[in-house]
Design a protein around this ligand. Structure first.
Ligand code: CA
Length: 224
């Protein structure tokens, strides 16, 4: 079950219809109040949450969801207005898994929803991750591009692993810094940029699969 909180009827109807067509159960809510009521009764597997809502706004709802024990592990994708860069950074830092900028297409919506759900699947004993010609072997800590080994530093390896694990999802610089370098690391987000840049160089013609998301961070896309 996926919940969509969106006050614009036509967008909400479109999202619910698209999700159902994509094989998901879905329910729409026009405001935070009705959503919260239903949430108390039944927990969804994912929440699509608009920011501008009548009454409590989406950012406030998101921060409440992430503070409550029984809801903090439910993945959330925010629906944001175009060119609100600040909102995007803020929602990722508050714990949203991704955001979709309006207007969006149905295919984009479905692929983002699937990407986020994939991230929450219990991880099997996967020992290799492959995206296109880039293969990462977790056991031997080796990375190959088109079969040829690429020598990475430990941090570059961890960074690539983290991004490949989250394929299709935008990762903010702060989030990357926190995951790879840890809370205690006093470094700056520029550290992330430096490592991404050297990773790109080492991956050669496949370096451009690491996409820069302006003002936010990075994302690995398979089809680059
Ligand atoms: Ca709205």
């Amino acid at each position: 079950m996926i919940y969509c909180v969106e006050d614009e009827d036509n967008i909400r109807d479109l999202v619910v219809y698209a999700l159902q067509t994509g094989g998901f159960e879905a329910a729409g809510f026009a405001d935070g109040e009705s959503f919260m009521r239903e949430l108390a009764l039944r927990k969804p597997t994912l929440i699509l949450l608009d920011i501008m809502l009548p009454g409590e706004d989406g950012i406030s709802i998101l921060s409440r969801l992430k503070k409550q024990k029984d809801t903090q592990d439910i993945p959330v994708i925010m629906l944001t207005a175009k060119s609100a860069e600040y909102d995007k950074v803020q929602v990722l830092d508050l714990g949203a898994d991704d955001y979709i900028t309006k207007p969006f297409g149905v295919m984009e919506l479905l692929s983002r929803v699937k990407a986020v759900l994939r991230r929450y699947l219990p991880k099997g004993k996967e020992e290799e991750i492959r995206i296109g010609e880039v293969e990462l072997d977790l056991k031997s800590h080796r990375v190959t591009v088109g079969g040829a080994e690429v020598i990475l530093t430990l941090k570059e390896f961890e960074l690539l692993h983290y991004m490949m694990d989250n394929m299709g999802i935008v990762l903010s610089r702060d989030k990357i810094l926190e995951v790879i370098w840890g809370y205690d690391y006093g470094g700056e987000t520029r550290t992330v940029d430096v490592h991404v840049s050297s990773l790109r160089t080492k991956l050669g013609s496949f370096g451009d699969m690491i996409e820069t998301v302006r003002g936010i961070g990075y994302r690995i896309e398979a089809n680059k």
